[in-house]
Each structure stands twice: as C-alpha cells, then as structure tokens.
Design a protein around this ligand. Structure first.
Ligand code: SAM
Length: 275
C-alpha cells in the first residue's frame, strides 16, 4: 500500500484537518497519515511520552479479543465498529484464520479508511466495509449492506474497540449508545470494548495531560474515563472473566516479566455476553 500524501489525497479527504483514523495510524507507525496527523501525535508525546504505547495496547487487545471470540465461542459473524485503517493484523484476518467462513463487516466514516479498506477487501467475499456513523446504532443496524452480509437475528460479535472515547457529546452518551445496541443484540452475542482510562493513581496526571492534548488538538477528541465509568458501558451484559480491567491484564499471551508502562495503566476494557 502506498503512503498517502496531501498531493495524492483521495477525493473527499481534507489533508489540513487531522483525522482520528490517521492519527491512530501515525501512533501505530503506519504510513497512511499526513503532516497534520503527525503533529497531533507529536504534540501528545511531547507532554505525555507514555502515550506512544496506548495505540499498541489497544490494537493488541483487539487481536486477543478477536482470537478469543473466534476460538472459544460459536460466533461466526463480526460487526467491527470504527475499524480504522488497515494495518498488520486486521479483524477479518484474525478470525478467518480460525474459521475461514466467518463473516466480517467493518464500519467507519473516514474517507481514507474507505479507500484503503475497500482495496484490501476486494477479493474477500466474506468481508465488507460500510460507511456509517458508529454512534448512531440504527444507522448501523438498519444499513442495507450490513443486513445483507450479517444475519443480525443470530448471535454476532459487536466490537467497539478504541472508539467510544472519541464520542464528543454528553458524558453519558457512550453508555446510552451502547444500550441501544444491546437492546437489539440477539441473546448469545458478544461485545468487546476498550476505552482510554483515568486509572485514579499516580498515572492520573499523565492520563489527563494526554486527554487535554488530544481534545484540544486538531483531532479534537479523546476522553479518559475511570474504570467504574468504563464498566457502565457494558450495561447489564454478563462479563467474561477477568471482567473490565486494564487491557494489559486481559488474558495476556503469557506471564508478565516486565513492569507495566504508563500507557498500560491508562486503557481498559473487556468482553461481555448478552444472556
Ligand atoms: N477499532 C480499531 C482498533 O481498535 O484498532 C481502530 C480504532 S481508531 C482509534 C477509531 C476509528 O473510529 C477511526 O478509524 C475513526 O475513523 C472511526 N470513527 C470515529 N468516529 C466515528 C463515527 N462517528 N462513525 C464511524 N467511524 C468513526
């Protein structure tokens, strides 16, 4: 995939405004970002150097949670809200490695994600990418293409990984949005969520600094919530062990031999099942 540059920007892309997807790509060391996105990243890193690891921590959780859902549950359909730019291991690659016939629908609203995502998926009939507002559950769940690719009356995995902290409305908005999704989720479905966290410990200052930089940057979003606040995003669903927890403690691949870095204190999430 070639690097996006302002000179070769796809139609509909404004290279003078930072985008969440491109800033995230910059944090992950990707090439599909512009100068304005790298400025946001560098501004945050100047004040909160630990934030460098937030994106990796989030992405690693997405991969572990997808692998878990594919291997340990009967779920064969995934609705991935806020997919981001294609990177090293994407949801469909993780879950289709376990069960090749798993269907995946990605939702995003960033034109660069749309352009690069569609190119990646051209030859994969079981995976599709739809442009819709992930903070409007009916826009997602009533979308014709989503309904054509997934049977939403059968259990599916709903992913909201690294997305809800970018909602810039009322503070209780994300919990309300998720409740709307849950009301329409068939029994036996699973949900995975991750969210920036204020750990209410010595890393609070770092979290709040990163928040301030994200929200007052040209990207304009990135709210850090406490662990209790993040728990409310799961509503009344049944939490899968070990519950809502620092992502660093959510079923790591092996024993921890190194101490947690600052970012690992500042992002949490979990997986839950609709009874
Ligand atoms: N879920 C991926 C992960 O965890 O690696 C990517 C997370 S990235 C930080 C957030 C993504 O959500 C971006 O690609 C952004 O374009 C998308 N996004 C943000 N607000 C959105 C909205 N209202 N509707 C659709 N997509 C949105």
């Amino acid at each position: 995939m070639s690097a996006a540059t302002p000179e070769r920007a796809p139609v509909g892309v404004d290279p003078t405004r930072a985008s969440i997807a491109r800033v995230y790509d910059a944090f992950l060391g990707g090439k599909d970002n512009y100068e304005i996105d790298r400025k946001v990243r560098d501004g945050v890193l100047a004040e909160a150097p630990y934030a460098r690891h937030l994106a990796y921590e989030n992405r690693d959780f997405l991969i572990r949670a997808c692998r878990f859902l594919a291997q340990q549950t009967g779920i064969r359909q995934f609705l991935d809200c806020g997919s981001g730019l294609p990177t090293a291991e994407n949801t469909h690659q993780v879950v289709q490695r376990v069960h090749p016939d798993t269907r995946v629908v990605y939702i995003d609203n960033d034109p660069v994600v749309m352009a690069h995502g569609r190119a990646l998926l051209e030859e994969n009939d079981d995976t599709t990418l739809v442009s819709a507002d992930i903070f409007d559950p009916s826009a997602v769940l009533d979308n014709e293409t989503v309904r054509k690719h997934l049977d939403l009356d059968q259990p599916y995995a709903l992913l909201h990984v690294g997305t809800l902290h970018h909602y810039e409305g009322p503070a209780d908005g994300p919990a309300e949005i998720m409740r709307e999704y849950y009301d329409r989720l068939p029994s036996g479905s699973f949900v995975a969520i991750s969210h920036f966290m204020d750990p209410e410990n010595e890393y609070t200052a770092m979290a709040r600094k990163a928040e301030e930089k994200f929200r007052h940057s040209p990207m304009g979003s990135g709210t850090f919530r406490t662990l209790d606040e993040i728990r409310t995003l799961f509503g009344d669903l049944e939490l899968v062990e070990p519950g809502v927890i620092r992502l660093a403690d959510w079923w790591q691949d092996g024993p921890r031999l190194t101490p947690l870095n600052g970012a690992q204190h500042c992002i949490a999430g979990g997986v839950a099942r609709k009874p």
